[in-house]
Design a protein around this ligand. Structure first.
Ligand SMILES: Nc1ncnc2c1ncn2[C@@H]1O[C@H](COP(=O)(O)OP(=O)(O)OP(=O)(O)O)[C@@H](O)[C@H]1O
Ligand SMILES: [Mg+2]
Length: 323
């Protein structure tokens, strides 16, 4: 497998008054160049912590990166110095935050902000940077770039703001874009437009995208492969087709049923995370709530293993069905 981007044995804890709490524990994850890879999980599962860690932006402390490697073009990002990371952030890897207003500065116009980023990273003069800014706004399909450039963030709609942020994220030529719930606060029709844009940009620019969401429906619209996170661990991974149509992990099955359908209530809460019950780090994190658990699930260590095709799961039951 082409190891364009991979994570190996990454463990991140979070220091609290009650001691250290495990936030992420990712054994392995490989992403190939040019693919759109989804990371899905409920709120608090560690998605943003993962995005921040990739760019070495995680606040440490309270975060503790106790082990692991994040390899990008075979170099470990976690071993890089801040100066080296500054050459990677924006230029090679960019991040779209889940809240557009935390990225845009309310006191500067959109044009000033895009131009500033381009000038800072690419050393262009004001006129060249303004031209490039206009091109970037065209790229994200914002009509009338000249008019948008003169506006302040609050004068734009949510969808327009998110397009501006995507333009900024791509303005310095990043080849890997991490989109952390980019459509979180948008209504459904606007969401669809942003998802289409992301997909189009991926094809047009041949970039790689890590698309983070709390909803499998969104991910299936844009991604080729997906990893399902539960309590900081990948419980299942595979193509969208494999995971959505033949889920191997009971948690994924419950999660799929929770994709809201018309006139349907969300699945009972009991199927989801119960962060108060501390699980043994080696055994199944879903044990306490799993409807299909067996005695052995409490005793045996469980790992993310290849079950079939490109479909991985960390469930004792999943492996047995095909062996
Ligand atoms: N600097 C940090 N280092 C480690 N863990 C942190 C840090 N800051 C917050 N946390 C904890 O990490 C856990 C995961 O938070 P995170 O923001 O990654 O969740 P999320 O999956 O992005 O949720 P959401 O869908 O609501 O955005 C939370 O319990 C949070 O308290
Ligand atoms: Mg988040």
């Amino acid at each position: 497998m082409d190891d364009y981007f991979s994570i190996r044995n990454l463990k991140i804890d979070y220091k609290t008054f009650d001691g250290e709490k495990n936030v992420l524990d990712i054994e392995r994850l490989s992403i190939q160049k040019g693919e759109t890879f989804g990371v899905v999980g409920e709120s608090g599962v560690g998605k943003t912590v993962l995005a921040l860690t990739i760019l070495k932006l995680l606040a440490v402390p309270p975060g503790v990166i106790s082990r692991g490697q994040i390899l990008f073009h075979h170099e470990d990002l976690l071993a890089k110095k801040e100066k080296e990371m500054q050459k990677i952030r924006g230029k090679k890897i960019s991040l779209i935050f889940q809240d557009p207003m935390s990225t845009l500065n309310p006191v500067f116009t959109v044009g000033e902000q895009i131009t500033e980023v381009i000038r800072h990273h690419q050393g262009l003069n004001k006129k060249e940077a303004a031209k490039k800014a206009g091109e970037m706004l065209d790229l994200v399909k914002l009509p009338d770039a000249g008019d948008i450039m003169k506006k302040y963030p609050h004068e734009l709609s949510g969808g327009q703001r998110q397009r501006v942020i995507i333009a900024i994220a791509l303005s310095c030529g990043a080849e890997l874009m991490i989109a952390d719930e980019p459509t979180r606060n948008l209504d459904v029709t606007i969401q669809a437009g942003i998802l289409r844009l992301i997909k189009d940009l991926q094809r047009q620019l041949n970039i790689t995208i890590i698309f983070i969401a709390n909803n499998l429906g969104l991910v299936s619209a844009v991604c080729e492969r997906v990893a399902i996170l539960y309590r900081g661990k990948i419980v299942e991974m595979g193509t969208v087709e494999e995971v959505l149509h033949k889920p191997l992990h009971p948690y994924t099955a419950a999660f799929i049923n929770a994709i809201p359908k018309k006139d349907e209530q969300l699945m009972e809460r009991k199927h989801f995370s119960s962060h108060d019950e501390e699980a043994d780090s080696q055994t199944c994190p879903y044990y306490h709530v799993c409807a299909e658990k067996k005695e052995e699930c409490k005793l045996k260590a469980v790992k993310l293993e290849l079950v079939m095709g490109t479909h991985y799961a960390s469930c004792l039951k999943a492996g047995k069905e095909v062996r």
